[in-house]
Design a protein around this ligand. Structure first.
Ligand SMILES: NC(=O)c1ccc[n+]([C@@H]2O[C@H](COP(=O)([O-])OP(=O)(O)OC[C@H]3O[C@@H](n4cnc5c(N)ncnc54)[C@H](O)[C@@H]3O)[C@@H](O)[C@H]2O)c1
Length: 319
């Protein structure tokens, strides 16, 4: 088996390369990444052919697509606030980028493409929990670009008889997801502040809720989707209905670190959704054998990664 992972040097992508290396050692893994937000160090020690370049570049795509069985398209500019500041950049990478990947796969006869969409597409729809049949109403340019991406995946499946599958990821977290940049996600930001002994900055009252999904759970699902060459003409929520508020995340981090943490509340951010929860039904139907990693375990493992990184950093400073 040969898979192409776009955005493979990013957080989820590099975890997925590792997952393939460990669970299907014979699989050839090709990565395309322009390193706009990904890091080459994420791939240290992993087996993958790395093609450096953009998914917007036809030549790069054609080089990487050769002989591939499944494309896992993760390459994108994440973050709602980034898209609020620079909507066109997000559109080019996320919407046009997905169209280019799908079209290059079509031209080169690659019949299976998995596309990363996002729970943010539900936007202002207040219904909870969310099922894939609920209406979408993006609240940010990022969410709009992801809705375009998943729509192209479904349309290509219908139009060109390709096997396509769009997953709506719900707040993925885990090792290799970094803090220390303006668009960092909430769990790495909180863990980083907790380890530095700094106050945790929280937008809003902390009662906003999410289905936090551990990255290994995401990898297990995507891996199985490729093994089975699964397709779907409906997007699929990649979440298991395990919901937590930000305040609950803080208490979980307090238990994991054994520290009492201070929270400083700030104004809510534009584009942020109040509550996000999947009913998890289609996910369990399609992937009955995947057992999700719970929040407590996931946070402890992520904390261990942050501690290792910090130790490596201080070792480098003293050597
Ligand atoms: N992390 C989450 O909670 C979450 C939630 C919903 C959806 N997603 C989606 O999952 C995917 C992976 O997210 P992540 O959290 O690993 O983000 P990430 O930023 O760590 O990874 C994205 C990768 O794509 C690369 N990239 C960006 N633009 C590119 C381009 N034009 N050409 C080639 N490579 C490019 C980046 O360098 C990076 O390595 C993205 O599509 C994201 O929108 C993530």
């Amino acid at each position: 088996m040969k898979v192409l992972i776009t955005g493979g040097a990013g957080f989820i992508g590099s975890n997925l390369v590792r997952y393939f290396n460990e669970h299907d050692p014979l699989a050839d893994v090709v990565v395309i990444d322009d390193f706009s937000t990904g890091h080459v160090e994420n791939l240290t020690g992993l087996r993958a052919k790395v093609v450096e370049g953009s998914i917007l570049d036809e030549t790069v795509l054609t080089e990487a697509m050769h002989g591939v069985d499944s494309v896992i398209h993760l390459g994108a500019l994440g973050s709602v606030p980034r898209s609020v500041e620079r909507p066109l950049e997000s559109h080019h990478a996320n919407a046009t980028g997905t169209l280019r990947v799908l079209d290059n796969a079509r031209i080169n006869g690659v019949g299976h493409v998995v596309v990363a969409s996002s729970s943010s597409v539900y936007g202002s729809n207040p219904v909870l929990p969310k099922s894939e049949t609920d209406w979408t109403r993006p609240m940010s340019p990022y969410a709009a670009s992801k809705l375009a991406a998943e729509s192209y995946a479904i349309a290509y499946g219908r139009t060109y008889q390709m096997k396509t599958l769009a997953f709506r990821f719900f707040n993925v977290y885990g090792p290799q997801q970094r803090a220390g940049h303006p668009y960092a996600a909430v769990i790495p930001k909180f863990l980083d502040s907790a380890l530095r002994g700094e106050a945790l900055e929280m937008h809003g009252d902390g009662l906003q809720s999410r289905d936090f999904t551990y990255v290994e759970t995401v990898c297990a699902v995507v891996f199985e989707a490729c093994q089975q060459r699964l397709n779907s003409d409906s997007p699929v929520n990649l979440a298991f209905g395990s919901n937590a508020t930000l305040l609950e995340v803080v208490t979980t981090i307090e238990r994991a670190t054994g520290r009492k943490l201070t929270v400083v509340h700030q104004d809510p951010r534009p584009g942020d959704v109040r509550a996000s929860r999947s009913d998890g039904r289609l996910m369990s139907e399609l992937f009955p054998h995947v057992t999700p990693v719970d929040l407590e375990t996931g946070i402890r493992r992520t904390l261990a990664w942050f501690e290792d990184e910090n130790a490596r950093g201080s070792a480098q400073h003293t050597s």
